[in-house]
Unconditional design. Structure first.
Length: 302
């Protein structure tokens, strides 16, 4: 299997939603889908393992149910499954290295969903060098599109235009991987790309004889110019993508979370760090993952 998308499976409603989102994304990319479930042998089986099943057979059942569900919903998609004995984090990171994209479930405000009481997805997002998308339970195909008119059949929903793709842009640290991912996501969906850039106004400062006020409208114009300059080569590369820019004073996490309420996907970046120092997503990414109401793509970059 060359080009493929990976979805992590753990039997939770979040991971089932992630598997179906990953299936739709694989179809958009013309790629295959790999469902990955990792399990570990414990001295005492987990409470959710039925008494008449071993941990291995229960893990196999979880993966088989996800596989059957995805194949039934997407009969034209090539889907394979992979059951791994060992650390879920290690298994997912290894699977993700060969994939175009990894998709995992998220519980939002209550933390990341995972195989080990919520720790797995958080650690995968923080350490993966490949893009990772977090999906909430209940996310379905209709949520990616604008409101469906009355009388539209379920199989007609994909014909309804997609909601916007939202990109959080830091012009001080622009990244080709992040920008390309966002533009490609919008292009595949035939969606508009809404780019959000925030800034803060520095406080006034005192000189020997007076107080210098903070800059006014010229600061906004400076940031608007930086956004346009950053996006220009990408707009030329993707002329079919309609782009709007929102430049506003404020907190990036707040503005991105607000924009997520009407979006198909929010795209944020995460700077790659030496794993020995412990990877993490940064405060903006962390806040968006916990509060955004739509799927969130985290793109690692240098």
């Amino acid at each position: 299997m060359d080009r493929h998308v990976v979805a992590g499976i753990d039997g939770s409603p979040e991971s089932r939603a992630a598997a179906h989102w990953a299936a739709r994304e694989a179809l958009r990319r013309g790629a295959a889908l790999r469902l990955v479930h990792a399990w570990q042998l414990h001295a005492r089986p987990a409470a959710n393992v039925p008494l008449d099943m071993t941990e291995r057979s229960f893990a196999r059942q979880i993966l088989a149910e996800a596989l059957d569900s995805v194949r039934a919903a997407h009969p034209g998609l090539q889907v394979v499954d992979q059951q791994v004995k060992g650390s879920p984090v290690t298994a997912l990171l290894a699977a993700g290295e060969r994939a175009e994209l990894m998709v995992l479930g998220s519980r939002g405000l209550s933390g990341f969903v995972g195989f080990l009481l919520g720790s797995v997805s958080a650690r995968v997002v923080a350490r993966s060098s490949r893009p990772v998308v977090l999906v909430r339970a209940g996310e379905n195909v209709a949520d990616e599109h604008f409101p469906v008119p009355d009388g539209v059949a379920p199989d007609e929903i994909p014909e309804i235009p997609y909601r916007d793709v939202v990109l959080g842009l830091d012009t001080g640290q622009p990244c080709d991987d992040l920008l390309e991912f966002a533009f490609e996501a919008a292009r595949r969906r035939g969606a508009a790309l809404r780019v959000i850039h925030t800034f803060t106004v520095p406080p006034g400062y005192a000189t020997a004889d007076r107080v210098v006020p903070p800059p006014g409208p010229e600061l906004l114009a400076e940031h608007e110019h930086a956004v346009v300059a950053t996006l220009r080569p990408w707009c030329e590369k993707f002329p079919e993508v309609a782009v709007t820019e929102t430049v506003v004073e404020g907190r990036a996490a707040t503005e991105l979370t607000r924009a997520a309420s009407g979006a198909a996907l929010v795209v944020v970046g995460r700077r790659l760090r030496d794993i020995r120092l412990g990877g993490h997503g940064g405060p903006v990414t962390h806040a968006v993952l916990h509060h955004a109401g739509c799927p969130v793509a985290v793109v690692a970059h240098v």
